[in-house]
Design a protein around this ligand. Sequence first.
Ligand code: GCU
Length: 719
Amino acid sequence: MKKLLKSLFVVSLLFFFTGLYAEDGYRLWLRYDAVTDQKVLKEYGRIIKGWVVEGDSPVLAVAKKELQTGLDGLLGKSVPEMSSPARKGIILAGTPDGSPLIASLNIEDKLSSLGKEGYILMNTRFRNKKVLLIAANDDIGVLYGIFHFLRLIQTCESLKNLSVVSSPKIKVRLLNHWDNLDRSVERGYAGLSLWDWEELPHISDHRYTDYARANASVGINGTVLTNVNANALILTKDYLPKVAALADVFRPYGIKVYLTARFSAPVEIGNLKTADPLDPAVKEWWMEKADEIYSYIPDFGGFVVKANSEGQPGPQDYKRTHADGANMLADAVAGHGGIIMWRAFVYDNNVPDDRAKQAYNEFVPLDGKFRDNVIIQVKNGPIDFQPREPFHPLFGAMPETPLMPELQITQEYLGSSVHLVYLAPLFEECLKSDTYARGEGSLVAKVIDGSLENHYLTAITGVANAGNVRNWTGHPIGQSNWYAFGRLAWDPYLDSGTIADEWIKMTFSNDPEAVKIIGRIMLDSREAAVKYMTPLGLHHIMYEGHHYGPGPWVSRGRKDWTSVYYHQASTTGIGFDRTSSGSNAVNQYFPPVREMYENIETCPENLLLWFHHVSWDHRLKSGRNLWDEMCYLYHEGVNDVRWIQSEWKKTEKYIDNDRFEEVKTLLEKQERDAKIWRDGCLLYFQTFSKKPIPSDLEKPEHDLDFYINHKYTDIPGIR
Ligand code: GCU
């Protein structure tokens, strides 16, 4: 028996250390497996002998736990907690206020500009002994510093000349969950909502803690629990204790809870006859509601509001403005330190001449009319999270009002949890766009980090892709989009490549070859999707309803919900004319951006059909006419997926079998469905261009009817 137990133990150890156990993706990028490079491991062993985190608070308690788990795992041995740096090689973490040891180092100067959340990592000496210092002004900064420190080890960075000084460039860094109270998730492709409303406020799921850890590890400091298409019930006594229970779990990780506010709540759950924001009884109702919420959750963050958009109620129902609505709610939460994130994604009941212009038209006249604790939440582009859009013209156009970008991490228009699409390049493209609002260099990133117009309130949000499937996001690579969003929220000037490398090392392997291969795949993946879905600035040509597959033929129903409204294909050409001879949406941009888009010669080709209606015979830079170029790009997109497939095969020897196989299988589906996009779109557009698909390109497998009638039966979240 003893012998059997012993051999079982040895086998399990073997499994543990060789990484042969199932790698199901649950641990995200916080895997903390022992460093495999023996030289590097030895070096860390020499440098790190123990750790001291001085101070006592719920935040520091989780910080200690994280440091302990991280170090023990990564170094493959127990790294002792100590009471003081009595020998060299001790990690010393804390704040000058909470730790006499840190106070004795006189580092206040170094911390002075870092605010509550910033931190420093450096090598220094304590009583002449070398220590690794993690210091911050506040406990939450210590937790962030610890995550950064662990990341350095996870990515095999040297700890010798540490001189990290980091603080977030944006104050409020949020995930928006589009989660409903029945646990369905709007545009969610990774199972059910994480929030188990039936079971709450009882907490039995360690996922809540792991969710908070994952977010804190990248600096996300808030979560909006509920769908923008809001349900007023979340604001009732039945739900508030449940919300409070989640807030209690998240608090030690520096994460505040926010909710969506249904504008008609005073009528729906308050028995009032109106929700008119200027009605004293309505104001009073929201004041009392806010007081009630804060009695459950003293650090409640505030509300996100989708009003007068896609049928949602709002102030315009009472002939009031967005500012009237936002300010009324802002007054209700102001005394408690809450904020209102008022969405500019407006889509009203009248069909506009160009939907791309609507948000700008409605919001620019309201610039300067919002309370200080209101911020306008603007999607990255003027239509709706398309594979490629120009940046939203509101960025830079409301200098008196803080604006925050809303990015979509969940892949509503980019292949749900089936397609491998690394979204950081899309996010980066928007953040680094130059609005020219104050001349050259007025990047979107500068608008939203407050530096362009000196705004105090700054925020950013990402529509979450996490659900209750075991690996959180469905597609293993989908995790990178959550990670990348968090990193960009902390620092919107980071580049996609750096973020990808970090994530790959933490999530898969530090092997340089693996990092190179997976990195190339990730960086290529978004452009591949653009090419097989919507090349050359095409947009909103997806399948009606679920948005997964192509649907350029969609023409029924409300005009600006159809595809034909957006692509305007005819026998003479294709594309939406947004120049001064068309809808003049270009006029919403500052010069010289306006002129660049207006002129067909200077308009970037990847946005050509966004801004121009172009003849099928128009010559492009490649020398091809528009039709041929479109054919080649659609084919290139599919070929890129095939290239990704063959590259992915090379990773087999570097990564675990579970995730290798999972991605491989998903790529097969992606290739299948990329072809459906390509062939469906080309056959449909060919009915207008009347030109042949160039003979050196693959022929479509089916006729157009096949694609029009195609139903998807094996895509998560798609019925
Ligand atoms: C898109 C999406 C909707 C969502 C809306 C929004 O239109 O398809 O599901 O509600 O955006 O952002 O409000």
